[in-house]
Design a binder for this molecule. Structure first.
Ligand SMILES: C[S@@+](CC[C@H](N)C(=O)[O-])C[C@H]1O[C@@H](n2cnc3c(N)ncnc32)[C@H](O)[C@@H]1O
Length: 402
C-alpha cells in the first residue's frame, strides 16, 4: 500500500500565509504574494518541510558553546517586519544580517526588476550557504560579507534599510546611507527592551512610526554590546538578572537576595501585555529583566513571574524585585527578595499604580534617534546615550484620558 507523502511545500506555504494573515502578521497583498511564492524550504535545506513552514525560527548555525548565531527568523517576525518596512517596487534596499537569504529573496521580489537589494552577512560560512540558496532559487541579491554596522556605502543611498539582528545602537552609517524620508527598521535594545522600530529619516533625526516587541540574535562585530548577567543564588541559581546600558550593579549583594525572606505587594491592576508598562518602569534606577527558573516558581520557592521566561524588575543594592501575577491572571503584583524587600516592592507597585492612572495600556510610546550628544527633548520619558546616537523615548497618555 502506498503511504501518504504528506502536504507539498506549496500547500504548506499557502497554509503558512493563511495562518499569518489570520494572526494579523500579514496585512498587505504584496507581503502575502511574496511569502506565498518564495520557497522557505530552499533556504533551510537541512530541515523537514514541516519545520521550514512551521511557526518558529529555524536555527542554522551555532557557535562552539551551542549558542545560536544564525537562523531563519520565525515567519511571523519576517512578515511583521516586512509590513513595517513598507517596501515598494523600484526601492533600493539594504539588509543587514543575510542569515539564510530567505528575507533577502522576499525583498528582491518586493522591489522587482527596477529595484535593487544588497544584503550583508558577518559570517563567511553563513554567507556561503545563503549565496548557494539564492543562486539555486534565482533571486537577484547583491550579497556581501562584512560588518553591517558600517552599512554598505558602495550601493548607497537606500530607500529602506532593515537590520535582522538585535542592535544596541543606531549606527551613523545606517542614517547616512538612508535617503531623507527613507525608513530604517531595526530591532533596537533600549534599557534591555527590544523592539522592532521603524524609523523615518528626517534630516539628522530618525522618528519612529511603529514599534513591535521582538527578540533577535544579537549583532556581532565592533558594535556588539552585551548585557550584564548577574546570577542570584549562584551560577544556575533561581534568578538571572539582565542589566543593560552598563548600569552599575552590586553583583555580589544582589547575588544573595534570595537568602532573605520575600515580600509581595499587589497593585489592583489587571494583567497587561508589557509593551508600554515596560518603558514606564525602565525609568527606575536598576531596571532590568529578571529571568526566572520555571522549576523554582512551580515548586513555590519563588513567586511566579508575569511571563514564562520571567518578568521585568528592578535591582537596588542587594534587593531584587520583579512583577508577578495571581494564578487567575487577574492582578499584577510585585515580589521582592533582599534586605529591603518590602520597601522596593512598594516602590515598584507605586510606579505601576502611577502608570495605570496616567493612561495604562492606552498610552503610546514613540522613539526619536538623534546624533550622539544631542540635548534631550524636554518631553522625553527616557534618554539613552549610545555610542553613535542619543535615543529619546516619549510616552503619551494624557490626551487619551479626556
Ligand atoms: C536572525 S539571523 C538573520 C535572518 C535572515 N534575515 C534570514 O532571512 O534568514 C541574524 C544574522 O545576522 C548576522 N549578523 C550578526 N552580526 C552581524 C553584523 N555585524 N553584520 C552583518 N550580519 C551580522 C548573523 O551572522 C546572522 O546570520
Amino acid at each position: 500500500m502506498l503511504s501518504s507523502s504528506g502536504p507539498s511545500a506549496k500547500e504548506l506555504r499557502e497554509a503558512m500565509v493563511g495562518r499569518l494573515r489570520g494572526e494579523g502578521a500579514i496585512r498587505s497583498a504584496a507581503v502575502a504574494a511574496v511569502m506565498g511564492e518564495v520557497p522557505r524550504d530552499a533556504f533551510v535545506p537541512g530541515s523537514a518541510l514541516a519545520e521550514a513552514y512551521g511557526s518558529g525560527p529555524v536555527v542554522t548555525h551555532r557557535d562552539e558553546a551551542g549558542v545560536a548565531i544564525s537562523s531563519a527568523s520565525a515567519p511571523g517576525v519576517v512578515a511583521t517586519m516586512l509590513e513595517q518596512l513598507d517596501v515598494r517596487e523600484g526601492h533600493r534596499v539594504l539588509e543587514i544580517g543575510t542569515g539564510t537569504g530567505y528575507n533577502a529573496a522576499l525583498l528582491a521580489l518586493l522591489v522587482g526588476s527596477s529595484g535593487f537589494v544588497t544584503s550583508i552577512e558577518f559570517d563567511d560560512d553563513v554567507a556561503g550557504s545563503a549565496r548557494e540558496a539564492l543562486s539555486r532559487t534565482g533571486y537577484a541579491v547583491e550579497l556581501v560579507v562584512g560588518d553591517g554596522a558600517l552599512g554598505w556605502d558602495a550601493s548607497a543611498p537606500y530607500d529602506r534599510i532593515i537590520v535582522t539582528a538585535g542592535a544596541w545602537d543606531v549606527c551613523d552609517a545606517w542614517r547616512e546611507q538612508l535617503v531623507d524620508g527613507g525608513l530604517l527598521l531595526v530591532p533596537l535594545r533600549m534599557a534591555g527592551l527590544t523592539r522592532s522600530v521603524a524609523l523615518r529619516r528626517d534630516g539628522e533625526v530618525l522618528r519612529s512610526e511603529s514599534l513591535v516587541p521582538c527578540g533577535f540574535i544579537p549583532l556581532r562585530g565592533g558594535d556588539a554590546v552585551s548585557e550584564q548577567n548577574v546570577w542570584v543564588g549562584g551560577k544556575d541559581g533561581d534568578l538571572l538578572l539582565r542589566i543593560d546600558d552598563g548600569a552599575p550593579v552590586d553583583a555580589e549583594a544582589a547575588g544573595r537576595a534570595l537568602e532573605y525572606p520575600g515580600a509581595a505587594v499587589w497593585t489592583g491592576v489587571g494583567f497587561v501585555m508589557p509593551e508600554i508598562l515596560d518603558f514606564w518602569l525602565a525609568r527606575m534606577s536598576g531596571f532590568c529583566r529578571v529571568l526566572i527558573s520555571r522549576d523554582a516558581a512551580d515548586a513555590g520557592r519563588i513567586a511566579s513571574p508575569l511571563f514564562p521566561w520571567g518578568s521585568m524588575g528592578v535591582v537596588s543594592g542587594g534587593t531584587v524585585a520583579y512583577l508577578t501575577v495571581t494564578a487567575d491572571f487577574s492582578q499584577i503584583g510585585v515580589a521582592a527578595y533582599g534586605p529591603d524587600s518590602q520597601e522596593l516592592a512598594e516602590q515598584v507597585a507605586a510606579q505601576i499604580g502611577a502608570w495605570n492612572a496616567d493612561g495604562g495600556p492606552r498610552m503610546t510610546v514613540s522613539v526619536e534617534v538623534h546624533p550622539t550628544g544631542t540635548h534631550p527633548r524636554p518631553d522625553s520619558w527616557l534618554v539613552l546615550e549610545k555610542k553613535d546616537s542619543t535615543v529619546m523615548i516619549a510616552m503619551r497618555g494624557g490626551d487619551l484620558r479626556q
